[in-house]
Design a protein. Structure first.
Length: 254
C-alpha cells in the first residue's frame, strides 16, 4: 500500500486501540491509580522499569511494588528512613531484585531533592530532534550518587545503541497529549513530536511487515529508522502509532 493508504490503515488502528479499554490489560493501569503528578510519574517510572515479560505478571508485580511503597510513592521516596527500605529486599521481577529496587528509591529521592523531579531532568537535556540524548543524560544523573553497579543495567542508554523500549514507553505516558485518556500528557515542558516509539518484538515485527522498518535488530539504529518513518505519517504525534503497531502484533497476530 502507498503512504496515504498506510496512514489511513494505521490511523484506524490507533482509534481502535487508543481508548480507555486499552488500560485494563496494560502496565499503564498502575499510574492510572493515582491523581497527583508525582505519584503518577514515580509509579509510572517504576512500572515501566519492570515492563518486560508477561503483561499480567508485570501488572501484578508493579502492584506489589507500589503496595510496598505504602501506595504513596512520592511520599515514600521523599520521606523514607533507611529501615523502611528493608521491606523492599524480597521484591523480585525477573532480574530486577530488591537491591535494585532500593537503589531506585534512593536515586529517585536524589532526583526529586536535588534536580527538581523527573520531568525537570528530561527537559533540561532535550534537543530539537528527539529525547534520546535526554535519556542518556538522565541515566548519568540517576546514578550520580553512590550505587550498585549491577543496577545500571535497568536504565537503558540509547547513545549506546539501545532501543530503550521501556523508558521510551514511560516518556510516551508522561508527555503525549492524549484526547482518549490513555496517556497522561502531564509533562507540558516536552513536545510529543520528540517522542520515540517503544520498539519491542511486537511493534518491530509489525513495522517490518508494513515496510516501516528494514533493520532486523530492535536496537537504537532501528528505532531511528522507525521514528523517521512514523514522523512522515504524523510529525506532531508520531508515537501514537505505537498503539497501532502493538495492537496489531499482540491482539491480532498481524
Amino acid at each position: 500500500m502507498n503512504r496515504a493508504e498506510l496512514k489511513e490503515f494505521l490511523d484506524t488502528k490507533v482509534t481502535q486501540y487508543n481508548n480507555p479499554k486499552f488500560i485494563e490489560s496494560d502496565p499503564i493501569l498502575i499510574p492510572h491509580q493515582f491523581q497527583k503528578k508525582e505519584d503518577i510519574e514515580i509509579s509510572g517510572f517504576l512500572t515501566a522499569t519492570i515492563a518486560w515479560g508477561n503483561r499480567k505478571s508485570i501488572i501484578n508485580n508493579a502492584n506489589k511494588l507500589i503496595a510496598l511503597l505504602d501506595n504513596a510513592p512520592h511520599d515514600f521516596v521523599l520521606n523514607h528512613k533507611e529501615r523502611d527500605l528493608e521491606k523492599l529486599l524480597p521484591f523480585v521481577h525477573r532480574t530486577f531484585n530488591g537491591q535494585d529496587c532500593i537503589q531506585f528509591i534512593k536515586s529517585l529521592k536524589h532526583i526529586y531533592k536535588t534536580h527538581d523531579g523527573l520531568e525537570s531532568v528530561f527537559s533540561k537535556y532535550a534537543d530539537t530532534q528527539s529525547l534520546q540524548t535526554s535519556i542518556s543524560k538522565f541515566k548519568t544523573t540517576f546514578f550520580e550518587i553512590e550505587h550498585l553497579q549491577r543496577t545500571q543495567k535497568h536504565v537503558s542508554d540509547p547513545l549506546k545503541n539501545s532501543a530503550a523500549k521501556r523508558i521510551n514507553m514511560f516518556l510516551r505516558w508522561m508527555v503525549r497529549q492524549d484526547n482518549a485518556g490513555v496517556d497522561f500528557g502531564i509533562w507540558k515542558s516536552l513536545s510529543p513530536a520528540l517522542l520515540s516509539c517503544p520498539l519491542d518484538v511486537h511493534s518491530g515485527n509489525v513495522a517490518r511487515k508494513l515496510g516501516l522498518l528494514k533493520r532486523k535488530q530492535n536496537d537504537g539504529k532501528a528505532l531511528l529508522e522507525l521514528d523517521t518513518a512514523l514522523k512522515k505519517l504524523d510529525p506532531s504525534d508520531p508515537v501514537k502509532y505505537d498503539f497501532a503497531l502493538f495492537g496489531l502484533g499482540v491482539f491480532e497476530g498481524f
